[in-house]
Write a protein that binds this ligand. Structure first.
Ligand code: PAZ
Length: 357
């Protein structure tokens, strides 16, 4: 049985499923005769990406929703935060049967969105379709199915008395948010949907200048298969081995910070599994893109510890074991107020005194 292997050809990650076979046995994904090694290394620019890929059909409708949401909240003097949440997929076929996904359930994004709403922000919640959402997240996960909280008797169906108080609080906040119209939810599935939607949203939100915040918590694919190299139909298993050559997804933070929304307060997340890499990778992202904060987290401890890295300092938000396991405090209840405080400072420095950067 050949051992699955990963190799890099000219800077591209190549996953060879059932690897170790002679090259002529290995199909490229599109069936094209061009060998993987003929591609150029490094990610394409965002400009080239957008020129060579098709926007999702829902984009014009979503743009209209964002425009009227932003206009309304600007008029009413509210700050706006765009929260991205959940993972993007990478389809292997144009008529997609198979795709590559990642672990993110959208907990960070959905939880944070609630705290932003509580603090008076208007929230554009850009999330992976069917991932967790503010408020319903408390009862929609398979571990927390709403049916577990209900009972039926001769009078009908009720929430069990033990859960009423907690559910009432959530329900009231949910209804308040609906009434105030402060939450706009938009979904994406693929990395292509995500890139187009983020660009569109940023270009519209840019009119809010320093009053907009970006909280980029989505787990966005790093590699993808360009549209012109994708198989149209379902890849057939009878044709031999499958060789996936993937391009790097363009570094979208660069145009976001420099071109689309240069005065907004931008926070990105960096996830690692190797603790030793996190400080260096977070700082690298901050220096490379020039935004305001990177929040670094480790997969296994992300619900208890995060590091906030800025150009001047590094700080940590950490829950004690008691806070985490006994009091069930959500770390986002500490992250969000801290970011709001820093956003206010940003507005004062960049908006009022003109000292951006
Ligand atoms: O969705 P979730 O709550 O399970 O996970 C949140 C997270 C780890 C995806 C987020 O905190 C994060 O780090 N996002 C950026 C991932 C990245 O490095 O691309």
């Amino acid at each position: 049985q050949p051992i699955p292997q990963k190799s890099t050809i000219n800077g591209h990650l190549t996953s060879v499923i059932n690897g170790g076979m002679p090259e002529h046995y290995v199909r490229s994904l599109s069936g094209a005769s061009t060998p993987a090694s003929s591609s150029s290394p490094g990610p394409v620019s965002a400009e080239v990406y957008f020129a060579s890929h098709v926007a999702p059909k829902s984009l014009p409708d979503n743009a209209e929703k964002i425009r009227s949401f932003v206009d309304r909240h600007m008029h009413e003097g509210r700050r706006v935060v765009l929260v991205t949440s959940g993972g993007t997929t990478v389809p292997l076929e144009t008529q997609t049967v198979r795709f590559i996904d990642n672990f993110s359930a959208g907990t960070r994004g959905a939880t944070s969105a609630e705290y932003f709403l509580e603090e008076g922000y208007a929230v554009i919640f850009m999330h992976r379709q069917f991932s967790l959402q503010p408020y319903s997240r408390h009862y929609s996960h398979s571990r927390n199915c709403f049916l577990e909280f209900m009972e039926a008797d001769g009078d009908g169906i009720h929430v069990m008395p033990a859960y009423v108080d907690k559910m009432r609080v959530i329900l009231e906040k949910y209804r308040e948010t609906q009434k105030a119209g402060t939450l706009l939810t938009l979904d994406f599935v693929t990395v292509n949907d995500y890139l187009f939607l983020l660009r569109e949203a940023a270009q519209i939100i840019s009119k809010m200048d320093v009053h907009a915040m970006y909280y980029l918590a989505a787990a966005v694919s790093d590699f993808f298969i360009p549209a012109d190299r994708m198989s149209e139909h379902k890849i057939q298993s009878g044709d031999g081995l499958l060789n996936l050559t993937m391009e790097q997804v363009p570094k979208i933070l660069k145009p976001l910070v420099n071109d689309w929304t240069p005065k907004a307060f931008i926070i990105s997340f960096k996830l690692e599994t190797d603790e030793a890499l996190l400080p260096m990778k977070s700082l690298q992202a901050l220096k490379r893109y020039g935004h305001q904060i990177v929040i670094g987290n480790i997969l296994t401890t992300r619900k208890r510890v995060v590091k906030l890295i800025t150009h001047d300092e590094e700080s940590e938000i950490r829950l004690t074991q008691e806070e985490d396991e006994v009091q069930h405090i959500e770390i986002e209840s500490r992250i969000v107020p801290e970011l709001i405080r820093r956003h206010a400072e940003w507005i004062e420095a960049c908006g009022t005194r003109g000292e951006c950067g």
